[in-house]
Design a protein around this ligand. Structure first.
Ligand SMILES: Cc1cc2nc3c(=O)[nH]c(=O)nc-3n(C[C@H](O)[C@H](O)[C@H](O)COP(=O)(O)OP(=O)(O)OC[C@H]3O[C@@H](n4cnc5c(N)ncnc54)[C@H](O)[C@@H]3O)c2cc1C
Length: 455
């Protein structure tokens, strides 16, 4: 039995936990990570399969905050940042029987078949439309009101499927797309707001935040591994099971087991970064009514399928990927084309794809057998990606996530209130991770830096 005192303990060695620990180490703070799994990375896991690189979690992040570039600068060259090639700017949306490019300029905005002529004309009057006054208005309602149904069906619905694997009628804009919500609330219009924001003076640091898409050379696991190396393996305890935290007079007591053996440590501060569903066991001292408002967070189940074609025989899409609107009634949520955006993701003449299935649209699909999933994917490879019928994938890897993406539904307000209350009542306790502050990699990095700065 071990008994020792630590300064800061972080629960979870995913992107949030590792980045928090890394940023704290850079401030010369003493940090220990407790991770229940036998490996680091959490949802970030890259798989190298016969010349293909498949991700089972995120494929890319967006450089949306300066903290993302801060992280890569601090890591020096220990992991190589890859900004997506220009082709990543091409985003495709499925309509009818093929993918269409999402408009990127005035001419394509006018000529695109994705939106109705009525909505295209109506968008000119968007700046004059009244500001919404329902803070719980869903993304679907807000989009329909300001932009029209065809923009909801063929832009926002597939976008939300791609980011949250979600149904846009279920997510209040305030929680799911806070920047969009603020545009309307602060400027009365998306169009005017976007123009005014773009004209605001920016510091050199602000300018490091962009819309660029990133990964890291060899896959995103090289990012988490580089951080783990800097944090030091002595400070990351894997296989820490049944963790239970109790507040004490001078901090927190943490009990857990490793290989069935009971361990106990004390610490001044503790940061949880795991999913909401893990918190009732982790924080047994919290009143069950309050805990219930946190653990009722729903998660979309998602199956990601890595598909490798060794020789595409000239089939080429040159795009970031294609998303599928729910109106189109297909099983797949979207397909990413990582080898079109990043180097060495497939053999020289080949291509690597990531198919996404399930989500809140088809939660039942998580139960499909591997054979059924393969059948769906091969069918889509021919009917959607337009590979000739004789082309069969050289690799298919199936990655299932029962609890992939948290859904920031209308219960979010009560959840955030409970988290604030607990953090105030128990100074030194931080409840973090993607149950709040955004699910994207950029959001996770920003949250981690904010936590480290506050300690
Ligand atoms: C299929 C999929 C695709 C995605 N695609 C994208 C994308 O393209 N772009 C993007 O930006 N984001 C994407 N995301 C979201 C992004 O991956 C996550 O938000 C982010 O990786 C979460 O990091 P985290 O550290 O907060 O949580 P996690 O990665 O879940 O890490 C939490 C860690 O805590 C550990 N843990 C859990 N319970 C306990 C416990 N009781 N005790 C100790 N340890 C515990 C877990 O084992 C895990 O290692 C995707 C997610 C999934 C699942």
């Amino acid at each position: 039995m071990m008994d020792n005192t630590h300064d800061i303990v972080i629960i979870g060695a995913g992107l949030t936990g590792l980045t928090t620990a890394f940023a704290l180490r850079n401030k010369n703070r003493n940090v220990t990570i407790l991770e229940s799994d036998n490996k680091i990375g959490g949802q970030i896991q890259s798989h190298h399969v016969n010349g293909f690189v498949f991700e089972s979690g995120p494929n890319t992040g967006v450089v949306k905050y300066p903290e993302v570039m801060d992280l890569f600068h601090s890591l020096n060259d220990s992991c190589k940042l890859e900004i997506a090639q220009a082709s990543a700017k091409r985003r495709l949306i499925w309509k009818g029987s093929k993918f269409h490019e999402l408009p990127s300029g005035l001419l394509s905005a006018i000529t695109t078949p994705l939106f109705t002529t009525y909505d295209k004309l109506r968008i000119l009057t968007e700046p004059f439309r009244a500001k919404g006054n329902n803070p719980d208005e869903s993304v679907a309602e807000l989009t329909k009101r300001r932009l029209g149904s065809s923009y909801l069906d063929y832009a926002v619905d597939p976008f939300l499927a791609g980011v949250y694997a979600a149904n846009p009628t279920m997510l209040p804009t305030k929680y799911a797309l806070p920047k969009l919500y603020d545009l309307e609330q602060d400027y009365g219009s998306f169009i005017l707001g976007a123009i005014k924001k773009a004209r605001q003076p920016k510091t050199d640091r602000d300018k490091t935040a962009t819309k660029e898409v990133f990964s890291t050379h060899g896959g995103l696991s090289s990012l988490t591994s580089a951080m783990a190396d800097k944090i030091g393996s002595d400070n990351i305890l894997l296989n820490a099971k049944s963790i239970s935290i109790t507040p004490s007079a001078d901090g927190f007591n943490i009990n857990y087991t490793v290989n069935g053996e009971q361990q106990n440590i004390k610490c001044n501060k503790v940061v949880t970064t795991c999913g909401a569903y893990a918190l009732s066991t982790l924080l047994p001292f919290v009143d069950s009514d309050i805990m219930q408002t946190i653990t009722n967070l729903k998660y979309a189940p998602v199956i990601q399928v890595g598909v490798g074609i060794a020789d595409t025989k000239g089939v080429c899409h040159s795009a970031f990927g294609g998303l599928v609107p729910s109106k189109e009634k297909r099983d797949v949520l979207g397909i990413l084309f990582p080898s079109d955006c990043f180097a060495e993701r497939a053999p020289k003449r080949g291509a690597a794809y990531a198919f996404f299935i399930g989500g809140m649209r088809h939660p039942e699909m998580i139960k499909l057998s591997d054979e059924e999933i393969k059948r769906h994917v091969i069918d889509d490879l021919h009917s959607m990606m337009k590979y000739p019928a004789k082309t069969q994938p050289d690799e298919i890897e199936i990655y299932r996530h029962d609890k992939a993406i948290p859904q920031y539904e209308s219960s979010t307000g009560a959840r955030l209130k409970s988290i604030d209350l607990l953090q105030q009542k128990y100074p030194g306790l931080v409840i973090a991770g993607n149950l709040r502050d955004g699910i994207g990699m950029g959001d996770r990095i920003k949250q981690a830096y904010d936590i480290a700065a506050s300690m």
